[in-house]
Design a protein around this ligand. Structure first.
Ligand code: NDP
Ligand code: BG6
Length: 500
């Protein structure tokens, strides 16, 4: 196993950043700047992930300083008290207090030099205080911001806040989804950012790539003899990639209505998972080799057919005052994607995502074909199915047919079950954001979306999205707490899925 897969627990970033022979160790003090520090993502995900990295020794107080930046005028202490409750439930926690002391807040707008000059000054003071050799300091800008301000923020960073020399230090930016609304807008945004930053400086985050079982896909597929000969059109009948949430768009209706479930979940999170399920074996574990293979999958996709799409909108969605009464935005979608290559020709990849459904779950279901010449046909309970549950309660299980224990000779369906909670008792599975932020510090882009990958992803969905935006396709109403529209189950059956 290559060293680049090992995330050591304790120890400084310097030591841990030896990930393989190609990566040089990184030195110099580290400034992490959370732009949009007053917002939802920052308090719920970014700061807690930074705290967890700090707690585990990946960020050390002798080299790290964290800066919050936003327009809201608050003091350092006000920011600290806003986020404290998201770091720990305990009222008094020494480690939390120590961590919070590493955070400084700077207020300013996203398009004026004044704020970014003040930010640069604060970062430079920190660098000087840490006796950083000129140019060896590292500056990581995390955009917890609406994408509308990305271009101006990039210009400001480029003009005022870059690491002052390239003698060993760096400046990197981490951008969140949604990255564009369709092919044209995503390409425009990519060009605007690309004029200011090189691709190795840009980390397009998709937090599904930081989930434990998503990261496991590569190991599972390419380190197990079991799967190698079976993972193809000769053996697999259909693959489902499913995301369900048992709550609606509460509090985010305004944002969601502009994007809808396909842009919010399928075009990014589920498509990234699909790439890892479907891609060929990369030449090595180097990020570029892996991303090359993912791009090939995307480029081999056939256009999505309208008759293989079912859209839904839950009843009550439009009661949200921030959602227009005539909204055509889908909160649910099931669709069939098809890959035109030697391995997958004819195998439907069924993508399903929905809000306000009957459960919260994300899983991959690989359903195998019926056994040829099956002599147990009259008794057999179902097909072989391999299920990878990404959340909740990470697990992998294989549904297989076995003899019913007892005197009679009959077949029954059972499972080989690898439930993480039971198998890896006491092991804490890190949050996706934790891993991914650590990767940005280490300069590992494997789990980030490359520009050509993003372009190919938008190419697949843009025609369909435009038809929905133009009102040519309408979502079917469904009851909150249900499985979604019944038509989606029909589509699933038509695609070949058999309930086991
Ligand atoms: P928020 O709406 O909370 O915005 C973050 C901060 O940006 C706000 O505190 C505000 O700070 C500033 N801001 C908000 N609107 C504008 C505007 N129109 N113009 C300029 N500044 C603005 O966003 P989130 O924190 O929810 O999300 C940030 C990014 O992360 C987005 O791209 C989002 O899509 C993405 N994301 C969010 C997730 C979540 O769970 N929240 C999950 C996955 C991705 P101030 O006014 O103080 O400057
Ligand atoms: C975000 C979407 O990217 O992912 C949200 O914008 C969704 O709508 C969230 O709720 C789901 O993430 P997770 O990790 O809870 O499955």
């Amino acid at each position: 196993m290559a060293a680049s897969w090992c995330i050591e627990k304790r120890g400084s970033i310097r030591k841990d950043s030896f990930r393989d022979n190609d990566n040089i160790p990184e030195t110099g003090c580290l400034s992490i700047i959370v732009l949009g520090a007053s917002g939802d993502l920052a308090k719920k995900k970014t700061f807690p992930a930074l705290y967890n990295l700090y707690r585990q020794g990946f960020l050390q107080s002798n080299e790290v300083h964290i800066f919050g930046y936003a327009r809201t005028k608050i003091s350092d202490d006000e920011l600290r008290s806003r986020i404290r409750g998201y770091l720990s439930q305990e009222k008094e926690n020494h480690e939390v207090s120590e961590f919070l002391q590493l955070i400084k807040y700077v207020s300013g707008s996203y398009d004026s030099g004044e704020g970014f000059t003040a930010l640069d000054k604060a970062i430079s003071e920190h660098e000087i205080s840490k006796n950083s050799t000129e140019g060896s300091s590292r500056r990581l800008f995390y955009f917890a911001l609406p994408p509308s301000v990305y271009p101006s923020v990039c210009r400001m960073i480029k003009s005022y806040c870059m690491n002052k020399s390239d003698l060993g230090g760096w400046t990197r930016i981490v951008v969140e989804k949604p990255f564009g609304k369709d092919l044209a807008s995503a390409e425009q945004l990519s060009s605007q950012i690309g004029e200011l930053f090189e691709e190795p400086q840009i980390y397009r985050i998709d937090h599904y790539l930081g989930k434990e079982l998503v990261q496991n896909l590569l190991v599972l597929r390419f380190a197990n003899r079991f799967f190698l000969p079976l993972w193809n059109r000769d053996n697999i009948d259909n693959i489902q990639i499913v995301f369900r949430e048992d709550f609606g768009t509460e509090g985010r209706g305004g944002y969601f209505d502009e994007y809808g479930i396909i842009r919010d979940i399928i075009q990014n999170h589920l498509l990234q998972v699909l790439c890892l399920v479907a891609m060929e074996k990369p030449v090595s574990l180097k990020p570029e080799h892996i991303r090359d293979e993912k791009v090939k999958v995307l480029q081999s996709m056939l256009p999505i057919k309208d008759e293989e799409v079912v859209l839904g909108q839950y009843e009550g969605y439009k009661d949200d005052p921030t959602v227009p009464d005539n909204s055509n935005t889908p909160t649910f979608a099931t669709m069939v994607l098809r890959i035109h290559n030697e391995r997958w020709e004819g195998v439907p990849f069924i993508m399903k995502a929905g809000k306000a459904l009957n459960s919260r779950k994300a899983e991959i279901r690989v359903q195998f074909k019926d056994v040829p010449g099956d002599i147990f046909k009259c008794q057999k309970q179902g097909r072989n199915e391999f299920v990878i549950r990404l959340q909740p309660s990470e697990a992998m299980y294989m549904k297989l047919t076995v003899k019913q224990p007892g005197l009679e000779m009959s077949a029954v369906q059972s499972e080989l079950d690898l439930s993480y909670r039971q198998r890896y008792q006491g092991v804490v599975i890190p949050e996706a954001y934790e891993r991914l932020i650590l990767d940005t510090i280490r300069g590992d882009q494997q789990h980030f979306v490359r520009r050509d990958e993003l372009k190919a992803a938008w190419e697949i969905f843009t025609p369909l999205l435009h038809r929905i935006d133009n009102g040519e396709m309408k979502p079917i109403p469904y009851k909150p707490g249900s499985r979604g529209p019944a038509e989606a189950d029909e589509l699933l059956q038509n695609a070949g899925y058999v309930q086991t």
